[in-house]
Write a protein that binds this ligand. Sequence first.
Ligand code: ATP
Ligand code: MG
Length: 413
Amino acid sequence: MNDILPDTIEIWQYVEKRAKETLDLYGYQELRFPIVEKTELFSRSIGEVTDIVEKEMYTFDDRNGDSLTLRPEGTAGCVRAGIQNGLLHNQVHRFWYSGPMFRHERPQKGRYRQFHQIGVEAFGLAGPDIDAELILLSSRFWKALSIHHKLSLEINTIGSSEERTLYKKALMEYLQTRKNELDEDSIRRLDTNPLRILDSKSEAVQKVVAGAPRFDDYLGDESRVHFRGVLSILDTAGVKYSINPRLVRGLDYYSRTVFEWTTDELGAQGTVCAGGRYDMLVQQLGGKAAPAIGMAIGMERLVALCDDRAARQTAMAPQVYVVSIGPEAEQTGLKIAELLREKCVRVVNHCGGGSMKQQMKQADRRGAEYALILAQEEMGKDVVTVKMLRQKSEQQQVKIDQIVDFISAIYSR
Ligand code: ATP
Ligand code: MG
């Protein structure tokens, strides 16, 4: 679990701002729901035999003896909130949320125990157009961050649950015949979650998988038409993708369209955004059936991909840093700082005294544009020395009673 310090927070805020702008362009509305939910919510939605529920959840009993869990992802909580507040029956909603998620994984680069996601979910729409919309939205977001050249889209369909049942059976039968070539993890999944074996990272397992039955042969017409519909919108919009028949996603609730945006600039943890359709989940969690699709963007990985120069350009460095020496100057400095803030100028007042050299060093470290200097000489002449810190130029003296107008004129231009 990481601390995020002011130095990197600039990039986070830059990414969050671009995210909000992009989501606004598509009419998505923010939803906030709790970080803690009943454990049952996650085991029922994500699935008992998934990595998350089997070994990654932070689960504890509260004082009433209820089993609670720190959310490992957002979709379950979002659906719970939608059902409980009557938002999902016969309605169309486009939601987004962001915040921390918790998984007790082995920590490594790009994989943390508290990490952050921006989640996007659309409810009440069954057609391929909304699947494509989510992908277009994400693609526009990458462009807004100027990282689109670093990401590529993989897409697949995992059919309806009936089609999956048939396929799973065929896959299991095949894998049984080659059980001795599988690794321990895959053998464990053989009876419970054989689809996950398809995306195993083990080379030996991948050799076995290469000869496995193909999902494609088990897809019904509707699933096929739906998938083709998604691809055709992407083609028209000029979004490039590659179809990856091994892409299955690790959570149980997905059906039909699944996709991932990946990069090869982050080493092993290259998936930055992952999503898919989950048409059965609302009903499964006790609501009236409603089609749905969602995606989650991993903030830590996204931030790592973003050029921090861009972020720093939009960062909020102070415009003015007030340097004052001696009690009288400090009082005047404080007054000027407040008057400037009245005019919406961003001011850091030094506070805490110190030599001219120390104070100027702080002004520079904070990246301020101007230093306003009030020392003995200035106080004697009723002036303020104005020093431009970001480029070479003559410093000048301005009368104290004119300094607020002088500075605010610079920033109102
Ligand atoms: P992975 O295959 O990387 O384990 P996942 O299938 O567990 O991913 P999802 O639950 O789909 O991931 O989460 C969506 C995105 O959230 C991931 O693509 C990734 O960017 C991010 N993410 C997931 N787990 C972590 C983690 N432990 N630390 C940081 N980011 C994470
Ligand atoms: Mg995972």
